[in-house]
Design a protein around this ligand. Structure first.
Ligand code: PEP
Length: 252
């Protein structure tokens, strides 16, 4: 049985002061350890402060991106080691906003994933098709290509540290969620692809999160699907009350 994961991606939101306020309230609200693994991904500037504040709490931290090199002349970039030292256990890689707005392709995403693993971080690999790709009947091709290129030649040990987030681009920040059946279809396909490549044991154990306009209203039906192990949440993770509801989805 895979432990459910509820992860909040803040994107470019919250100053350090706002992040402190959020993290303090979250810590108080989660006084009893919640059933899911809880992850928040603040912007780089708030990571260290939030990590200190959440030390000893059940909440884990993720960075939203990293550079694929270990160190060097890459002005404005952040390395895996810096992220881990700042207090992160996870890093989001290949978010569709990185792919579309910052031109990150599968090959670069794969290098980032390897760098994350070498830095001792658990990568959350985001994949998903655009509306056009779905309407042209290319969803499966796109998802399988992103998996193949992103997870290229990983060992069984590596894959056991990777999480996959299926985030259909047409559902991100649009208020248009995939139906539970649509999401389950793709999650099953992802698990079958992992089984074919890495074996059924790895496939059974990998966490496959759904992302795309998840809210306290739709999370319960999504989480009922057998191949949905958690949610990667953008907009609805910015408000503590709504995020706490998402974490406690079993009681909604
Ligand atoms: C995301 O950015 O990963 C995301 C799923 O955003 P939203 O929940 O706002 O659609």
């Amino acid at each position: 049985m895979v432990r459910p994961v509820i992860a909040g991606n803040w994107k470019m939101n919250k100053t350090v002061a706002e992040a402190i306020d959020f993290a303090s309230r979250l810590r108080n609200a989660l006084a009893a350890p919640p059933e899911p693994e809880v992850i928040i991904a603040p912007p780089f500037t708030a990571l260290h402060t939030v990590a200190e504040l959440l030390r000893g709490s059940p909440v884990c931290l993720a960075a939203q991106n990293l550079h694929e090199s270990e160190k060097g002349a890459f002005t404005g970039e952040i390395s895996g080691e810096m992220i881990r030292e700042a207090g992160c256990a996870y890093v989001i890689i290949g978010h569709s906003e990185r792919r579309t707005l910052f031109g990150e392709g599968d090959e670069r995403i794969h290098r980032k994933l390897r760098t994350a693993l070498s830095a001792g971080l658990k990568p959350i690999l985001c994949i998903g098709e655009t509306l056009q790709e779905r309407e042209e009947g290319r969803m499966q091709n796109v998802v399988e290509r992103q998996l193949k290129e992103g997870l290229n030649n990983l060992t069984a040990g590596d894959i056991s540290r990777v999480l996959v987030a299926y985030e259909p681009v047409w559902a991100i920040g649009t208020g248009r969620t995939a139906t539970p059946a649509q999401a389950e279809e793709v999650h099953r396909l992802i698990r079958e692809w992992i089984a074919g490549r890495y074996g059924s044991e790895q496939a059974a154990e990998i966490s496959i999160l759904y992302g795309g306009s998840v809210t306290p209203k739709n999370i319960v039906d999504l989480m009922r699907q057998p191949d949905i192990n958690g949610a990667l949440v953008g907009g609805a993770s910015l408000d503590v009350a709504s995020f706490v509801q998402l974490v406690g989805y079993q009681t909604i």
